[in-house]
Ligand binder design. Structure first.
Ligand code: GLN
Length: 545
């Protein structure tokens, strides 16, 4: 049976628990262990799919079609282990399932309660799907003391009692703030947070202390004493120069050694950190740089495009260049005057239009595609970005009102709602105007590539690829012929030949639009070929401008 590491956070939110969990998993993996990471989200949404990216950041989609918290993206990027439906749960999903069972009569005669029904469901989720896994890391969203997270804390407490003594571990992530006026680091918030956790019956084994200044040995001992842990188990977690440095930094502070010690494991091999050394070497010693414009909607919050940001950096790692990203609000390109777009996009080495929802900013995105097409600037359109590229080409082909039905009625619906498609489970159908939660075309689907196309070369000659999707609309195949005549080639289709997956322009140095989200599968040590190719093209472009 697997060993379990429960990761809680205290003092404040945004301490980077997700990154910490991903880094610890990466360190255990570097020692040869098999890991999985799970996220427990205490909010009442069934999944984050219906939340605004401004509220919650990006929605990360797994191969098996779960819409999950963006921390699962960190987990995948740091471990290369693909997440599953069974790796993210919310209070909303637990309550939905329990209430459905109650209505069915599964609990007939019983009073349905938080303890044991909700806590049992949480425990079952933690324990599920663990064949061949050495360590399961469970990150609890939120901060200790939140009302919403209480059932999760209670479930952990029970599990720590029920499983074997050396089978579970509690890691608590806290903040050790620096008070400038006093010139001191303060340990009191950590002490309070540990006390709060202890009042819920959970005694932490390891404290990971986020701090902006080095924690002196005396303070480390003080935290240990007041919080009832070994001094060596108080791990300083100083701000890192890059997220890619975090695993090596935590290793240097002894995190993985302390975790293994707490489990009583004495014969673990030393970690092989060579792939992380290679990643940080490429990251900190670039041999050039490129600047990419991302013309989108949710540019005010970088977390809204978390995986995209990372995948662009990975493309840079593949080419040993630094990638500067200019986040541009598409709305500023709307209007009759082209001077704004020229001023903003002329210095760029590549233009990317990312995924998104709704009409706002769409004309600005279409204008950016036109600029990239006419000027021969490398262009990458992702999901909504591909749809905008098709609309732009349709307008160039004379369909003056070409648009998407997502934005309202149009006489040239180049993009329209998908109501039926084939999945591995069989025919999927959706009603127009049906539920919005969990009803998109979600998860991994295969696409067939045209032989000798630019995209098939990018994918190393592959005939069939598998990529993750999250969309409700698709390019209308009635427009394939006129679009191809205009120069936009459909080089990837669903295996039944019905759904357009990839477009490209042979008359352009690098112009690719994809209906899926390749950024979700890019890893620092295995950059996605489309991002590696896009950045290579941007590097070429940087030599021209
Ligand atoms: N809004 C578009 C659709 O639903 C694109 C979605 C996306 O970019 N993820 O098809």
């Amino acid at each position: 049976m697997a060993r379990f590491i429960f990761i809680t956070g205290g003092v404040v939110s945004s301490l980077g628990k997700g990154l910490m969990a991903a880094s610890l998993a990466a360190l255990l993996q570097a020692r040869g262990y098999k890991v999985r990471i799970r996220k427990f989200d205490p909010y009442l949404n069934v999944d984050p799919g219906t939340m605004s990216p401004y509220q919650h950041g990006e929605v990360y989609v797994t191969d098996d079609g779960a819409e999950t918290d963006l921390d699962l993206g960190h987990y995948e990027r740091f471990t290369g282990v693909s997440s599953r439906q069974s790796d993210n749960i919310t209070s909303g999903r637990i309550y939905r399932d329990i209430i459905a069972r109650e209505r069915r009569g599964d609990y007939l005669g019983a009073t349905v309660q938080v303890i044991p029904h909700v806590t049992d469901a949480i425990k079952a989720f933690a324990l599920a799907d663990q064949a061949d896994i050495d360590f399961i890391l469970c990150e609890i969203g939120g901060t200790v003391g939140d009302i919403e997270s209480l059932p999760f804390m209670e479930a952990i407490r029970q599990l720590r009692n029920e499983l074997e003594p050396l089978q579970t571990l509690s890691v608590h992530v806290t903040l050790v703030p620096y008070i400038k006026a006093a010139g001191e680091l303060k340990t009191k918030p950590t002490q309070h947070s540990v006390r709060e956790l202890a009042s819920l019956g959970i005694k932490p084994d390891i404290l990971l202390c986020r701090a902006e200044h080095p924690i002196p040995e005396s303070e480390r001992r003080k935290i240990a004493q007041f919080c009832n842990v070994r001094a060596e188990a108080v791990i300083p977690a100083l701000d890192a120069p890059s997220i890619y440095s975090v695993p090596q930094q935590y290793h240097a502070e002894g995190l993985d050694r302390e975790v293994l010690r707490a489990f009583g494991i004495t014969d673990a091999p030393e970690p092989d950190l060579s792939s992380w050394e290679d990643v940080t070497d490429r990251h900190f010693n670039p041999e050039g740089e490129v600047t990419i414009a991302v013309v989108g909607k949710y540019v005010g919050l970088q977390d809204a495009y978390k995986s995209l940001n990372e995948a662009l950096i990975h493309g840079g790692l593949a080419n040993r260049v630094k990638v500067n990203i200019r986040w541009i609000d598409a709305e500023i390109f709307e209007g009759d005057d082209d001077s704004q777009i020229i001023a903003a996009l002329e210095p760029m080495h590549g233009i990317l239009v990312p995924g998104g929802f709704g009409e706002r900013g769409s004309e600005g995105k279409i204008a950016s595609v036109r600029f990239a097409r006419e000027r021969g600037v490398p262009f990458f359109g992702i999901c909504l970005g591909m749809q905008m590229a098709c609309i732009e080409s349709a307008r160039a082909a004379g369909f003056e009102h070409a648009s998407s039905t997502e934005f309202g009625p149009t006489d040239a619906p180049v993009v329209g709602i998908i109501t039926e498609w084939m999945s591995a489970e069989g025919l999927q159908s959706r009603a127009e105007g049906g539920d919005l939660g969990g009803t998109m075309r979600l998860g991994a689907y295969p696409a067939k590539l045209s032989p000798n196309s630019h995209t098939s070369r990018i994918y190393g000659g592959a005939e069939v690829i598998s990529e993750r999707h999250r969309h409700r609309y698709e390019v209308n195949s009635a427009f394939i012929e006129p679009l191809e005549k205009q120069g936009l080639i459909f080089s990837g289709m669903s295996p039944d030949g019905l759904l357009p997956e990839i477009v490209e322009r042979p008359d352009h140095p690098w112009f690719v639009g994809v209906q899926f989200h390749p950024e979700l599968k890019s890893r620092p040590f295995d950059p996605h070929p489309l991002f590696a190719g896009f950045i290579a093209a941007a590097l070429e472009q940087s030599r021209l401008v």
